[in-house]
Design a protein. Structure first.
Length: 213
């Protein structure tokens, strides 16, 4: 990587981590997958309950497979064996998990986590329930402020995710958000996390990579 670009990214991450600290959230800069899994081993004890939110980042990094192989009670929402209301039961069980892993649609340099969700099953446990929330995010999702965060999610993340989910919404046709009221709309819950009562309950692991949407 060009050293000037390297400097720019490192400075941006540095500002973000410092802001997260002021919001009672822990930010950690992760250089690669090896470092990530070493840290996850330390953060997630064996014989604990672990849930996950819908996230391409977790799949891209191999976190889902890592959890499946770990000695934990994994609330695997991606299991092919799920039937009927099984997924709904997992969503509710996530509130009682010891650890909940997910990504975030955007993180601002001011230390805010910005997410748009379809049914709230991802953002709800981030807000309340699990003793520990681990948010894994690529450097590509760092933005300046909430205005930039909303624009990023509406115009980039949401249309791509709607396409991934085979939705028939207008954004999957034109490639950008038109603020539709389509029955298959996935932009229903707009959530900003600006801080925490419990220090370091939310841990934001910023991976030096371009991850997710």
């Amino acid at each position: 990587m060009d050293r000037n670009l390297r400097w720019f990214i490192d400075k941006r991450v540095e500002r973000t981590i410092e802001s997260l600290k002021k919001q009672n959230m822990l930010g950690i800069y992760i250089k690669d997958k090896t470092e990530l899994f070493e840290l996850l081993e330390k953060l997630i004890p064996n014989n604990t309950i672990v849930g996950v939110g819908d996230s391409m980042t977790l799949f891209e990094l191999g976190v889902i497979d890592f959890l499946r192989e770990k000695n934990i009670d994994f609330l695997d929402k991606y299991s092919s064996n799920l039937k009927g209301d099984d997924k709904k039961k997992i969503y509710r069980a996530n509130f009682s998990a010891d650890t909940f892993l997910t990504s975030t649609n955007a993180v601002t340099e001011k230390g805010e986590l910005y997410n748009i969700d379809g049914n709230g099953s991802r953002v709800a446990p981030m807000i309340y329930g699990p003793d520990q929330v681990i948010v894994i995010v690529g450097t590509n999702k760092i933005v300046k402020d909430l205005d930039e965060a909303e624009n990023r999610v509406r115009q980039i993340a949401a249309p791509i995710d709607a396409k991934r989910l085979n939705k028939n919404t207008p954004c999957t046709k034109v490639g950008y958000c038109v603020d539709c009221r389509h029955e298959e709309r996935i932009c229903n819950d707009f959530v900003v996390i600006t801080g925490q009562f419990q220090k370091d309950r939310i841990k934001v692991l910023i991976v030096d990579d371009f991850l997710g949407y």
